[in-house]
Ligand binder design. Structure first.
Ligand code: ADP
Ligand code: MG
Length: 564
Protein backbone atom coordinates (compact mmCIF):
# COMPACT_ATOMS: atom_id res chain seq x y z
CA UNK A 1 0.00 0.00 0.00
CA UNK A 2 2.79 2.39 0.92
CA UNK A 3 4.67 1.30 -2.16
CA UNK A 4 1.71 2.41 -4.30
CA UNK A 5 1.65 5.76 -2.51
CA UNK A 6 5.36 6.24 -3.16
CA UNK A 7 5.01 5.25 -6.81
CA UNK A 8 2.18 7.73 -7.27
CA UNK A 9 4.27 10.54 -5.76
CA UNK A 10 7.09 9.65 -8.10
CA UNK A 11 5.07 9.73 -11.31
CA UNK A 12 3.00 12.82 -10.49
CA UNK A 13 3.04 15.31 -13.35
CA UNK A 14 4.80 12.95 -15.71
CA UNK A 15 3.49 11.71 -19.07
CA UNK A 16 0.55 9.30 -19.00
CA UNK A 17 2.64 6.26 -19.95
CA UNK A 18 4.36 6.39 -16.56
CA UNK A 19 1.12 5.01 -15.07
CA UNK A 20 2.27 1.66 -16.49
CA UNK A 21 4.68 1.45 -13.54
CA UNK A 22 1.70 0.87 -11.25
CA UNK A 23 0.98 -2.57 -12.64
CA UNK A 24 1.14 -5.08 -9.78
CA UNK A 25 -0.37 -5.99 -6.41
CA UNK A 26 -0.67 -3.94 -3.21
CA UNK A 27 -1.81 -5.06 0.21
CA UNK A 28 -4.39 -2.75 1.75
CA UNK A 29 -6.04 -3.05 5.15
CA UNK A 30 -8.35 -5.99 4.66
CA UNK A 31 -7.88 -6.56 0.93
CA UNK A 32 -5.37 -6.85 -1.87
CA UNK A 33 -5.57 -4.48 -4.82
CA UNK A 34 -4.13 -5.58 -8.16
CA UNK A 35 -3.72 -3.41 -11.22
CA UNK A 36 -4.05 -6.05 -13.91
CA UNK A 37 -3.87 -3.76 -16.91
CA UNK A 38 -2.98 -0.09 -17.14
CA UNK A 39 -4.51 1.96 -19.95
CA UNK A 40 -2.24 3.72 -22.47
CA UNK A 41 -3.98 7.09 -22.47
CA UNK A 42 -6.88 8.80 -20.71
CA UNK A 43 -9.30 8.11 -23.57
CA UNK A 44 -8.41 4.43 -23.97
CA UNK A 45 -10.36 1.67 -22.31
CA UNK A 46 -10.01 2.23 -18.57
CA UNK A 47 -7.52 0.27 -16.49
CA UNK A 48 -8.54 -3.09 -15.09
CA UNK A 49 -8.16 -3.77 -11.40
CA UNK A 50 -9.13 -6.62 -9.12
CA UNK A 51 -9.80 -6.63 -5.42
CA UNK A 52 -9.38 -9.73 -3.29
CA UNK A 53 -11.11 -9.85 0.05
CA UNK A 54 -9.96 -13.03 1.82
CA UNK A 55 -12.57 -15.00 3.69
CA UNK A 56 -10.44 -14.64 6.83
CA UNK A 57 -11.21 -10.91 6.81
CA UNK A 58 -14.85 -10.86 5.70
CA UNK A 59 -16.29 -14.36 5.74
CA UNK A 60 -19.59 -14.85 3.92
CA UNK A 61 -22.13 -16.97 5.74
CA UNK A 62 -22.09 -20.28 3.88
CA UNK A 63 -25.87 -20.39 3.51
CA UNK A 64 -25.59 -17.34 1.29
CA UNK A 65 -23.37 -18.95 -1.27
CA UNK A 66 -23.60 -22.73 -1.13
CA UNK A 67 -24.46 -24.38 -4.40
CA UNK A 68 -24.31 -23.01 -7.91
CA UNK A 69 -27.56 -21.05 -7.92
CA UNK A 70 -27.04 -19.38 -4.54
CA UNK A 71 -23.44 -18.55 -5.39
CA UNK A 72 -24.46 -16.86 -8.65
CA UNK A 73 -27.14 -14.92 -6.79
CA UNK A 74 -24.64 -13.94 -4.08
CA UNK A 75 -22.13 -12.76 -6.68
CA UNK A 76 -24.89 -10.78 -8.33
CA UNK A 77 -25.90 -9.24 -5.01
CA UNK A 78 -22.32 -8.24 -4.21
CA UNK A 79 -21.74 -6.71 -7.66
CA UNK A 80 -24.87 -4.59 -7.27
CA UNK A 81 -23.69 -3.56 -3.81
CA UNK A 82 -20.33 -2.49 -5.22
CA UNK A 83 -22.12 -0.53 -7.96
CA UNK A 84 -24.22 1.26 -5.33
CA UNK A 85 -21.16 1.97 -3.22
CA UNK A 86 -19.46 3.47 -6.27
CA UNK A 87 -22.47 5.74 -6.77
CA UNK A 88 -22.27 6.85 -3.17
CA UNK A 89 -18.53 7.20 -2.67
CA UNK A 90 -16.84 7.92 -6.00
CA UNK A 91 -16.63 11.47 -7.22
CA UNK A 92 -16.37 10.47 -10.88
CA UNK A 93 -14.97 12.82 -13.51
CA UNK A 94 -11.52 14.07 -12.50
CA UNK A 95 -9.95 15.33 -15.69
CA UNK A 96 -10.20 14.41 -19.34
CA UNK A 97 -11.53 11.27 -20.99
CA UNK A 98 -12.39 8.53 -18.54
CA UNK A 99 -10.32 10.15 -15.77
CA UNK A 100 -11.80 9.45 -12.37
CA UNK A 101 -14.46 6.91 -13.22
CA UNK A 102 -14.72 3.64 -11.34
CA UNK A 103 -17.05 0.99 -12.69
CA UNK A 104 -18.22 -2.57 -12.23
CA UNK A 105 -20.40 -4.60 -14.59
CA UNK A 106 -23.77 -5.69 -13.23
CA UNK A 107 -26.95 -7.15 -14.68
CA UNK A 108 -30.29 -5.38 -15.17
CA UNK A 109 -33.48 -6.98 -13.89
CA UNK A 110 -32.11 -10.48 -14.36
CA UNK A 111 -29.52 -12.41 -12.38
CA UNK A 112 -26.89 -13.71 -14.78
CA UNK A 113 -23.72 -15.69 -14.30
CA UNK A 114 -21.01 -13.02 -14.67
CA UNK A 115 -17.35 -12.63 -13.83
CA UNK A 116 -17.28 -9.18 -12.22
CA UNK A 117 -17.57 -10.69 -8.74
CA UNK A 118 -16.44 -14.22 -8.00
CA UNK A 119 -16.75 -16.10 -4.74
CA UNK A 120 -14.59 -19.09 -3.92
CA UNK A 121 -13.32 -20.81 -0.79
CA UNK A 122 -10.57 -18.23 -0.44
CA UNK A 123 -12.82 -15.23 -0.47
CA UNK A 124 -14.30 -12.70 -2.82
CA UNK A 125 -12.73 -11.24 -5.93
CA UNK A 126 -14.21 -8.16 -7.57
CA UNK A 127 -13.09 -6.86 -10.95
CA UNK A 128 -13.52 -3.19 -11.65
CA UNK A 129 -12.28 -0.65 -14.13
CA UNK A 130 -10.63 2.60 -13.15
CA UNK A 131 -10.01 5.61 -15.34
CA UNK A 132 -6.58 6.79 -14.19
CA UNK A 133 -6.82 10.56 -14.04
CA UNK A 134 -4.95 13.00 -16.24
CA UNK A 135 -5.00 16.59 -17.42
CA UNK A 136 -4.10 16.38 -21.07
CA UNK A 137 -1.47 13.65 -21.08
CA UNK A 138 -0.19 14.63 -17.64
CA UNK A 139 -0.65 12.29 -14.69
CA UNK A 140 -2.78 13.69 -11.87
CA UNK A 141 -1.34 11.50 -9.14
CA UNK A 142 -3.05 13.27 -6.29
CA UNK A 143 -6.44 12.44 -7.78
CA UNK A 144 -5.32 8.87 -8.38
CA UNK A 145 -4.27 8.72 -4.74
CA UNK A 146 -7.71 9.86 -3.64
CA UNK A 147 -9.27 7.18 -5.80
CA UNK A 148 -7.10 4.39 -4.46
CA UNK A 149 -6.80 5.50 -0.84
CA UNK A 150 -10.13 7.16 -0.12
CA UNK A 151 -12.77 6.10 -2.59
CA UNK A 152 -11.92 2.46 -3.27
CA UNK A 153 -11.60 1.52 0.44
CA UNK A 154 -15.13 2.88 0.97
CA UNK A 155 -16.40 0.95 -2.05
CA UNK A 156 -14.83 -2.26 -0.77
CA UNK A 157 -16.08 -1.79 2.77
CA UNK A 158 -19.65 -1.01 1.78
CA UNK A 159 -19.92 -3.38 -1.14
CA UNK A 160 -17.94 -6.43 -0.09
CA UNK A 161 -17.62 -6.65 3.69
CA UNK A 162 -20.30 -9.02 4.86
CA UNK A 163 -20.68 -7.23 8.18
CA UNK A 164 -21.77 -4.06 6.35
CA UNK A 165 -24.28 -5.71 4.03
CA UNK A 166 -28.04 -5.81 4.52
CA UNK A 167 -28.44 -9.44 5.53
CA UNK A 168 -32.20 -9.41 5.00
CA UNK A 169 -31.91 -8.30 1.37
CA UNK A 170 -29.01 -10.64 0.80
CA UNK A 171 -31.02 -13.58 2.07
CA UNK A 172 -34.08 -12.63 0.01
CA UNK A 173 -31.87 -12.33 -3.07
CA UNK A 174 -30.38 -15.82 -2.84
CA UNK A 175 -33.56 -17.50 -1.66
CA UNK A 176 -35.59 -15.90 -4.41
CA UNK A 177 -33.12 -17.02 -7.07
CA UNK A 178 -33.15 -20.52 -5.65
CA UNK A 179 -36.95 -20.61 -5.73
CA UNK A 180 -37.01 -19.38 -9.33
CA UNK A 181 -34.58 -22.02 -10.45
CA UNK A 182 -36.51 -24.67 -8.58
CA UNK A 183 -39.79 -23.48 -10.06
CA UNK A 184 -38.38 -23.84 -13.57
CA UNK A 185 -37.43 -27.39 -12.66
CA UNK A 186 -41.02 -28.14 -11.58
CA UNK A 187 -42.43 -27.32 -15.01
CA UNK A 188 -41.63 -30.55 -16.84
CA UNK A 189 -42.75 -32.94 -14.06
CA UNK A 190 -46.03 -31.03 -13.93
CA UNK A 191 -46.39 -31.17 -17.70
CA UNK A 192 -46.16 -27.39 -17.94
CA UNK A 193 -44.46 -25.21 -20.52
CA UNK A 194 -44.63 -22.14 -18.28
CA UNK A 195 -46.03 -20.81 -15.02
CA UNK A 196 -47.09 -17.30 -13.99
CA UNK A 197 -47.69 -16.81 -10.29
CA UNK A 198 -50.60 -14.80 -8.97
CA UNK A 199 -49.68 -11.21 -8.18
CA UNK A 200 -46.89 -11.14 -10.72
CA UNK A 201 -46.43 -7.67 -12.22
CA UNK A 202 -45.73 -8.06 -15.92
CA UNK A 203 -45.77 -4.65 -17.62
CA UNK A 204 -42.48 -2.76 -17.97
CA UNK A 205 -41.71 0.94 -17.94
CA UNK A 206 -41.13 0.91 -21.68
CA UNK A 207 -39.79 -1.17 -24.51
CA UNK A 208 -36.26 -0.10 -23.61
CA UNK A 209 -36.67 0.09 -19.84
CA UNK A 210 -37.03 -3.34 -18.30
CA UNK A 211 -37.94 -2.08 -14.82
CA UNK A 212 -41.51 -2.70 -13.62
CA UNK A 213 -44.26 -0.27 -14.53
CA UNK A 214 -45.30 1.49 -11.34
CA UNK A 215 -48.57 2.98 -10.21
CA UNK A 216 -52.14 2.16 -9.30
CA UNK A 217 -53.11 1.27 -12.84
CA UNK A 218 -50.92 -1.81 -12.91
CA UNK A 219 -53.12 -4.90 -12.78
CA UNK A 220 -51.56 -7.85 -10.92
CA UNK A 221 -51.77 -11.22 -12.61
CA UNK A 222 -54.44 -13.64 -11.36
CA UNK A 223 -54.78 -17.17 -12.73
CA UNK A 224 -58.21 -18.34 -13.91
CA UNK A 225 -59.40 -21.23 -11.74
CA UNK A 226 -59.38 -23.78 -14.54
CA UNK A 227 -55.68 -23.20 -15.25
CA UNK A 228 -54.63 -22.54 -11.67
CA UNK A 229 -52.18 -24.82 -9.97
CA UNK A 230 -50.27 -24.63 -6.73
CA UNK A 231 -46.60 -25.49 -6.60
CA UNK A 232 -44.34 -25.70 -3.56
CA UNK A 233 -41.01 -23.85 -3.52
CA UNK A 234 -38.14 -24.52 -1.09
CA UNK A 235 -38.10 -21.07 0.53
CA UNK A 236 -41.38 -19.45 -0.24
CA UNK A 237 -43.57 -22.51 0.12
CA UNK A 238 -46.85 -22.70 -1.77
CA UNK A 239 -47.49 -20.49 -4.79
CA UNK A 240 -50.66 -20.40 -6.81
CA UNK A 241 -50.52 -19.37 -10.41
CA UNK A 242 -51.43 -20.09 -14.00
CA UNK A 243 -49.86 -23.22 -15.39
CA UNK A 244 -49.58 -23.16 -19.17
CA UNK A 245 -49.69 -26.81 -20.20
CA UNK A 246 -47.31 -28.18 -22.78
CA UNK A 247 -48.82 -28.42 -26.24
CA UNK A 248 -50.17 -25.60 -28.37
CA UNK A 249 -51.37 -22.58 -26.44
CA UNK A 250 -52.98 -19.50 -27.92
CA UNK A 251 -53.10 -16.15 -26.23
CA UNK A 252 -55.98 -14.20 -27.70
CA UNK A 253 -57.79 -10.98 -26.83
CA UNK A 254 -58.36 -7.48 -28.10
CA UNK A 255 -55.56 -5.06 -28.91
CA UNK A 256 -53.89 -3.42 -25.87
CA UNK A 257 -55.23 -6.04 -23.46
CA UNK A 258 -51.82 -7.32 -22.41
CA UNK A 259 -51.09 -10.22 -24.75
CA UNK A 260 -47.61 -9.18 -25.82
CA UNK A 261 -46.76 -8.14 -22.28
CA UNK A 262 -47.51 -11.66 -21.10
CA UNK A 263 -45.43 -13.17 -23.91
CA UNK A 264 -42.49 -10.88 -23.13
CA UNK A 265 -42.59 -11.96 -19.51
CA UNK A 266 -42.51 -15.58 -20.68
CA UNK A 267 -39.50 -14.86 -22.94
CA UNK A 268 -37.62 -13.58 -19.92
CA UNK A 269 -38.90 -16.43 -17.77
CA UNK A 270 -35.84 -18.44 -18.79
CA UNK A 271 -33.80 -16.16 -16.50
CA UNK A 272 -33.96 -15.51 -12.76
CA UNK A 273 -35.02 -12.02 -11.74
CA UNK A 274 -34.09 -9.76 -8.86
CA UNK A 275 -36.54 -9.44 -5.97
CA UNK A 276 -39.01 -6.66 -6.67
CA UNK A 277 -38.96 -7.13 -10.42
CA UNK A 278 -42.50 -8.49 -10.51
CA UNK A 279 -41.58 -11.45 -12.70
CA UNK A 280 -39.70 -13.50 -10.09
CA UNK A 281 -42.25 -16.26 -10.28
CA UNK A 282 -42.78 -16.25 -14.02
CA UNK A 283 -41.01 -19.40 -15.12
CA UNK A 284 -40.60 -20.70 -18.63
CA UNK A 285 -39.04 -23.87 -19.98
CA UNK A 286 -35.31 -23.04 -19.96
CA UNK A 287 -34.95 -23.93 -23.63
CA UNK A 288 -37.76 -21.63 -24.75
CA UNK A 289 -36.96 -19.61 -27.84
CA UNK A 290 -38.72 -16.50 -29.05
CA UNK A 291 -39.21 -16.90 -32.77
CA UNK A 292 -39.97 -14.00 -35.03
CA UNK A 293 -39.72 -12.75 -38.57
CA UNK A 294 -36.37 -11.14 -39.24
CA UNK A 295 -36.32 -9.56 -42.67
CA UNK A 296 -32.89 -9.31 -44.27
CA UNK A 297 -31.18 -11.75 -41.95
CA UNK A 298 -28.41 -13.98 -43.23
CA UNK A 299 -29.33 -17.66 -43.54
CA UNK A 300 -26.65 -20.29 -44.17
CA UNK A 301 -27.35 -23.89 -45.14
CA UNK A 302 -30.64 -24.44 -43.34
CA UNK A 303 -33.26 -26.96 -44.34
CA UNK A 304 -36.35 -24.77 -44.43
CA UNK A 305 -38.29 -27.18 -46.66
CA UNK A 306 -40.77 -28.08 -43.89
CA UNK A 307 -42.11 -24.55 -44.29
CA UNK A 308 -40.91 -23.43 -47.69
CA UNK A 309 -40.44 -25.62 -50.72
CA UNK A 310 -41.24 -25.60 -54.42
CA UNK A 311 -39.79 -22.14 -54.95
CA UNK A 312 -40.10 -20.77 -58.49
CA UNK A 313 -37.38 -22.20 -60.76
CA UNK A 314 -37.18 -25.22 -58.44
CA UNK A 315 -34.72 -23.56 -56.11
CA UNK A 316 -33.72 -26.07 -53.47
CA UNK A 317 -34.71 -25.30 -49.90
CA UNK A 318 -33.28 -28.30 -48.06
CA UNK A 319 -29.93 -26.53 -47.87
CA UNK A 320 -30.98 -22.94 -48.12
CA UNK A 321 -28.75 -19.86 -47.93
CA UNK A 322 -29.44 -16.21 -48.50
CA UNK A 323 -27.87 -12.87 -47.67
CA UNK A 324 -31.22 -11.23 -46.98
CA UNK A 325 -34.12 -13.45 -46.13
CA UNK A 326 -37.76 -12.41 -46.47
CA UNK A 327 -40.12 -12.27 -43.52
CA UNK A 328 -41.44 -15.79 -43.99
CA UNK A 329 -38.09 -17.35 -44.91
CA UNK A 330 -36.38 -15.78 -41.93
CA UNK A 331 -39.09 -16.96 -39.58
CA UNK A 332 -38.86 -20.48 -41.01
CA UNK A 333 -35.08 -20.46 -40.52
CA UNK A 334 -35.49 -19.17 -36.98
CA UNK A 335 -37.79 -22.07 -36.15
CA UNK A 336 -35.59 -24.73 -37.71
CA UNK A 337 -32.55 -23.34 -35.88
CA UNK A 338 -34.46 -23.29 -32.59
CA UNK A 339 -35.30 -26.95 -33.10
CA UNK A 340 -31.64 -27.73 -33.82
CA UNK A 341 -30.74 -26.05 -30.54
CA UNK A 342 -33.13 -28.40 -28.78
CA UNK A 343 -35.80 -25.86 -27.92
CA UNK A 344 -38.80 -27.52 -26.29
CA UNK A 345 -40.93 -24.39 -26.45
CA UNK A 346 -41.43 -21.75 -29.13
CA UNK A 347 -42.79 -18.31 -28.25
CA UNK A 348 -44.38 -16.42 -31.12
CA UNK A 349 -46.16 -13.07 -31.29
CA UNK A 350 -48.29 -12.05 -34.24
CA UNK A 351 -46.86 -8.53 -33.83
CA UNK A 352 -43.45 -9.77 -34.97
CA UNK A 353 -44.47 -12.53 -37.36
CA UNK A 354 -44.86 -12.69 -41.12
CA UNK A 355 -48.58 -13.10 -41.80
CA UNK A 356 -48.05 -15.42 -44.78
CA UNK A 357 -45.87 -17.62 -42.60
CA UNK A 358 -48.50 -17.89 -39.87
CA UNK A 359 -51.78 -18.36 -41.73
CA UNK A 360 -53.47 -18.86 -45.07
CA UNK A 361 -57.21 -18.76 -44.89
CA UNK A 362 -59.76 -20.93 -46.66
CA UNK A 363 -60.52 -18.51 -49.45
CA UNK A 364 -56.88 -17.97 -50.30
CA UNK A 365 -56.30 -21.71 -50.28
CA UNK A 366 -59.04 -22.06 -52.89
CA UNK A 367 -57.72 -19.23 -55.07
CA UNK A 368 -54.01 -20.13 -54.93
CA UNK A 369 -53.72 -23.88 -55.09
CA UNK A 370 -51.13 -25.56 -52.91
CA UNK A 371 -48.86 -26.43 -55.81
CA UNK A 372 -48.38 -22.74 -56.50
CA UNK A 373 -47.68 -21.69 -52.92
CA UNK A 374 -44.22 -22.47 -51.59
CA UNK A 375 -45.08 -21.51 -48.02
CA UNK A 376 -46.60 -24.06 -45.68
CA UNK A 377 -47.91 -21.87 -42.87
CA UNK A 378 -46.94 -22.69 -39.30
CA UNK A 379 -50.64 -23.38 -38.76
CA UNK A 380 -50.31 -26.69 -40.59
CA UNK A 381 -47.33 -27.90 -38.59
CA UNK A 382 -47.70 -26.59 -35.08
CA UNK A 383 -49.72 -29.54 -33.87
CA UNK A 384 -47.42 -32.08 -35.51
CA UNK A 385 -44.45 -30.34 -33.87
CA UNK A 386 -45.87 -31.09 -30.47
CA UNK A 387 -47.09 -34.59 -31.23
CA UNK A 388 -44.03 -35.82 -33.13
CA UNK A 389 -41.20 -33.67 -31.76
CA UNK A 390 -42.57 -32.65 -28.34
CA UNK A 391 -42.02 -28.99 -29.09
CA UNK A 392 -44.69 -26.81 -27.49
CA UNK A 393 -45.78 -23.44 -28.80
CA UNK A 394 -47.22 -20.42 -27.04
CA UNK A 395 -48.62 -18.09 -29.63
CA UNK A 396 -50.12 -14.63 -29.37
CA UNK A 397 -52.78 -14.40 -32.05
CA UNK A 398 -55.53 -11.84 -31.75
CA UNK A 399 -56.20 -11.40 -35.45
CA UNK A 400 -57.19 -14.84 -36.72
CA UNK A 401 -59.24 -17.74 -35.40
CA UNK A 402 -57.53 -20.26 -37.68
CA UNK A 403 -55.42 -21.59 -34.83
CA UNK A 404 -58.43 -22.55 -32.67
CA UNK A 405 -58.57 -25.87 -34.47
CA UNK A 406 -54.96 -26.78 -33.67
CA UNK A 407 -54.74 -25.45 -30.12
CA UNK A 408 -54.88 -27.34 -26.85
CA UNK A 409 -55.34 -24.30 -24.62
CA UNK A 410 -56.72 -20.86 -25.41
CA UNK A 411 -56.15 -18.02 -22.97
CA UNK A 412 -57.91 -14.72 -23.46
CA UNK A 413 -56.41 -11.57 -22.02
CA UNK A 414 -59.20 -9.23 -20.97
CA UNK A 415 -58.05 -5.94 -19.46
CA UNK A 416 -54.81 -7.69 -18.40
CA UNK A 417 -56.70 -10.56 -16.76
CA UNK A 418 -56.33 -14.04 -18.23
CA UNK A 419 -59.40 -16.19 -18.84
CA UNK A 420 -59.54 -19.76 -20.00
CA UNK A 421 -61.62 -19.70 -23.21
CA UNK A 422 -60.49 -23.08 -24.55
CA UNK A 423 -63.99 -24.59 -24.66
CA UNK A 424 -65.52 -21.53 -26.32
CA UNK A 425 -62.81 -21.46 -28.97
CA UNK A 426 -63.06 -25.17 -29.68
CA UNK A 427 -66.83 -24.84 -29.98
CA UNK A 428 -66.31 -22.54 -32.94
CA UNK A 429 -64.33 -24.92 -35.14
CA UNK A 430 -64.22 -28.38 -36.59
CA UNK A 431 -61.02 -29.71 -35.01
CA UNK A 432 -60.65 -32.58 -37.48
CA UNK A 433 -60.45 -30.28 -40.45
CA UNK A 434 -56.83 -29.16 -40.31
CA UNK A 435 -55.38 -32.60 -39.64
CA UNK A 436 -56.02 -33.87 -43.17
CA UNK A 437 -53.73 -31.35 -44.77
CA UNK A 438 -50.58 -32.70 -43.16
CA UNK A 439 -50.11 -35.74 -45.38
CA UNK A 440 -47.57 -34.80 -48.08
CA UNK A 441 -45.36 -32.23 -46.32
CA UNK A 442 -41.56 -32.57 -46.14
CA UNK A 443 -40.43 -33.96 -42.78
CA UNK A 444 -39.15 -31.64 -40.05
CA UNK A 445 -35.56 -32.62 -39.25
CA UNK A 446 -34.48 -31.65 -35.77
CA UNK A 447 -30.83 -32.43 -35.91
CA UNK A 448 -28.37 -30.10 -37.57
CA UNK A 449 -26.33 -31.94 -40.16
CA UNK A 450 -23.88 -29.15 -40.60
CA UNK A 451 -20.73 -28.05 -38.92
CA UNK A 452 -19.66 -24.52 -39.75
CA UNK A 453 -16.35 -24.69 -41.57
CA UNK A 454 -13.48 -23.61 -39.39
CA UNK A 455 -12.40 -20.96 -41.91
CA UNK A 456 -15.61 -19.07 -41.33
CA UNK A 457 -14.96 -19.01 -37.59
CA UNK A 458 -11.47 -17.58 -37.92
CA UNK A 459 -11.44 -14.33 -35.94
CA UNK A 460 -8.56 -12.79 -37.91
CA UNK A 461 -8.94 -9.20 -39.03
CA UNK A 462 -6.16 -7.26 -40.74
CA UNK A 463 -3.00 -7.65 -38.65
CA UNK A 464 -4.91 -8.92 -35.61
CA UNK A 465 -5.04 -12.67 -35.29
CA UNK A 466 -7.95 -12.51 -32.91
CA UNK A 467 -10.32 -9.61 -33.29
CA UNK A 468 -13.55 -10.03 -31.33
CA UNK A 469 -15.41 -6.86 -30.40
CA UNK A 470 -18.92 -5.69 -29.68
CA UNK A 471 -20.72 -2.59 -30.81
CA UNK A 472 -23.50 -2.32 -28.27
CA UNK A 473 -25.44 -5.39 -27.22
CA UNK A 474 -26.71 -6.02 -30.74
CA UNK A 475 -23.61 -6.16 -32.89
CA UNK A 476 -20.82 -8.68 -32.64
CA UNK A 477 -17.70 -7.99 -34.66
CA UNK A 478 -16.06 -11.36 -35.09
CA UNK A 479 -12.99 -11.24 -37.29
CA UNK A 480 -14.27 -9.74 -40.52
CA UNK A 481 -17.88 -10.66 -39.73
CA UNK A 482 -20.36 -8.10 -38.54
CA UNK A 483 -23.16 -10.06 -36.91
CA UNK A 484 -26.52 -8.43 -36.32
CA UNK A 485 -28.16 -9.76 -33.13
CA UNK A 486 -30.80 -7.06 -32.79
CA UNK A 487 -33.66 -9.50 -33.39
CA UNK A 488 -32.36 -12.15 -31.01
CA UNK A 489 -34.74 -11.05 -28.31
CA UNK A 490 -33.60 -13.22 -25.43
CA UNK A 491 -30.11 -11.79 -25.63
CA UNK A 492 -30.35 -9.30 -22.80
CA UNK A 493 -26.88 -8.12 -21.75
CA UNK A 494 -23.82 -6.84 -23.55
CA UNK A 495 -21.73 -9.12 -21.35
CA UNK A 496 -23.49 -12.02 -23.07
CA UNK A 497 -22.66 -10.56 -26.48
CA UNK A 498 -18.99 -10.34 -25.49
CA UNK A 499 -19.03 -13.89 -24.17
CA UNK A 500 -20.74 -15.17 -27.33
CA UNK A 501 -17.84 -13.91 -29.43
CA UNK A 502 -15.33 -15.61 -27.17
CA UNK A 503 -17.35 -18.83 -26.95
CA UNK A 504 -17.46 -19.07 -30.74
CA UNK A 505 -13.69 -18.74 -30.81
CA UNK A 506 -13.32 -21.31 -28.03
CA UNK A 507 -15.64 -23.65 -29.89
CA UNK A 508 -13.72 -23.14 -33.14
CA UNK A 509 -10.43 -24.07 -31.48
CA UNK A 510 -11.60 -26.92 -29.29
CA UNK A 511 -14.65 -28.56 -30.78
CA UNK A 512 -15.56 -27.40 -34.29
CA UNK A 513 -13.63 -30.21 -35.97
CA UNK A 514 -14.36 -32.88 -33.37
CA UNK A 515 -18.00 -32.65 -32.44
CA UNK A 516 -20.67 -34.32 -34.54
CA UNK A 517 -22.53 -31.15 -35.42
CA UNK A 518 -22.70 -27.52 -34.41
CA UNK A 519 -25.16 -28.07 -31.57
CA UNK A 520 -23.10 -30.85 -29.99
CA UNK A 521 -19.94 -28.75 -30.24
CA UNK A 522 -21.50 -25.66 -28.72
CA UNK A 523 -22.94 -27.71 -25.89
CA UNK A 524 -19.48 -29.03 -25.07
CA UNK A 525 -18.05 -25.51 -25.15
CA UNK A 526 -20.80 -24.19 -22.89
CA UNK A 527 -20.35 -27.09 -20.50
CA UNK A 528 -16.70 -26.14 -20.09
CA UNK A 529 -17.68 -22.54 -19.38
CA UNK A 530 -20.34 -23.55 -16.87
CA UNK A 531 -17.98 -25.89 -15.05
CA UNK A 532 -14.76 -23.88 -15.20
CA UNK A 533 -16.11 -20.36 -15.35
CA UNK A 534 -16.22 -17.54 -17.86
CA UNK A 535 -12.53 -16.85 -17.25
CA UNK A 536 -11.49 -19.75 -19.49
CA UNK A 537 -12.67 -17.69 -22.44
CA UNK A 538 -10.38 -14.72 -22.08
CA UNK A 539 -6.59 -14.62 -22.29
CA UNK A 540 -6.52 -11.76 -19.78
CA UNK A 541 -8.44 -10.98 -16.65
CA UNK A 542 -11.74 -9.22 -17.26
CA UNK A 543 -14.96 -8.71 -15.37
CA UNK A 544 -17.11 -7.89 -18.37
CA UNK A 545 -18.58 -11.24 -19.37
CA UNK A 546 -22.02 -12.75 -18.74
CA UNK A 547 -23.16 -16.25 -19.62
CA UNK A 548 -25.43 -16.64 -22.66
CA UNK A 549 -27.62 -19.65 -23.40
CA UNK A 550 -26.86 -22.17 -26.10
CA UNK A 551 -29.53 -20.66 -28.28
CA UNK A 552 -28.06 -17.17 -28.31
CA UNK A 553 -24.56 -18.47 -29.12
CA UNK A 554 -25.90 -20.54 -32.01
CA UNK A 555 -27.94 -17.55 -33.17
CA UNK A 556 -24.73 -15.58 -33.67
CA UNK A 557 -23.03 -18.32 -35.69
CA UNK A 558 -26.19 -18.77 -37.72
CA UNK A 559 -26.13 -15.10 -38.68
CA UNK A 560 -22.60 -15.09 -40.06
CA UNK A 561 -22.26 -14.67 -43.78
CA UNK A 562 -20.86 -17.67 -45.60
CA UNK A 563 -17.88 -15.76 -47.02
CA UNK A 564 -16.11 -13.50 -44.52
P1 ADP B 1 -51.55 -6.36 -26.75
O1 ADP B 1 -50.38 -7.17 -27.15
O2 ADP B 1 -52.68 -7.19 -26.25
O3 ADP B 1 -51.99 -5.43 -27.83
P2 ADP B 1 -49.76 -5.12 -24.84
O4 ADP B 1 -49.26 -6.30 -24.11
O5 ADP B 1 -48.86 -4.51 -25.83
O6 ADP B 1 -51.18 -5.44 -25.52
O7 ADP B 1 -50.18 -4.07 -23.73
C1 ADP B 1 -50.73 -2.81 -24.04
C2 ADP B 1 -50.35 -1.80 -22.97
O8 ADP B 1 -50.88 -2.16 -21.71
C3 ADP B 1 -48.84 -1.67 -22.76
O9 ADP B 1 -48.50 -0.32 -22.72
C4 ADP B 1 -48.58 -2.31 -21.42
O10 ADP B 1 -47.53 -1.69 -20.72
C5 ADP B 1 -49.88 -2.15 -20.69
N1 ADP B 1 -50.11 -3.27 -19.78
C6 ADP B 1 -49.89 -4.56 -20.04
N2 ADP B 1 -50.20 -5.33 -18.96
C7 ADP B 1 -50.61 -4.50 -18.00
C8 ADP B 1 -51.06 -4.68 -16.65
N3 ADP B 1 -51.12 -5.90 -16.10
N4 ADP B 1 -51.40 -3.59 -15.95
C9 ADP B 1 -51.33 -2.36 -16.52
N5 ADP B 1 -50.90 -2.12 -17.77
C10 ADP B 1 -50.56 -3.17 -18.52
MG1 MG C 1 -49.35 -7.18 -29.00
Amino acid sequence: MERLRTLLKKIDGRGYKAYKELKGSYQFHGYRLTLDHVQGDPFARPSRISIHVPSSVAPLSPEFCSGRIRKTAAEDFLARGVARAIQAHVKGQRGIGKSGEIRIETSGQQILVRNSVLIDSEGIEARLTVGLPAAGQTIMARDAEEMFFRELPEVVAHGLYFENLDKGSFQRHVESAEDQHYLRGLLLPNNLAAFVADNSLLPRQSGIDDRPLQGKKVVPFVAPDSLACTLVLPNRGKVRGMGIPRGVTLIVGGGFHGKSTLLHALERGVYNHIPGDGRELVATDPTAVKVRAEDNRVVSNINISPFIDRLPFARNTTNFSTENASGSTSQAANIIEALEDEAALLLIDEDTSATNFMIRDERMQRLVVREKEPITPFLFRVKEMYHDLVVSTILVMGGSGDYFAVSDTVIMMDSYRPEDVTLNAHGLVDREQVQEKLSDLPPIVRKAERRPDAGRLNPVRGKKEVSIETRGIDTLLYGRHEIDLSKVEQLIDIGQTRAIGLIIHYYAINYADKAGNITEGLKLALKDVEEQGLDILSPWKTGTLALPRLHEVAAAINRMRAAG
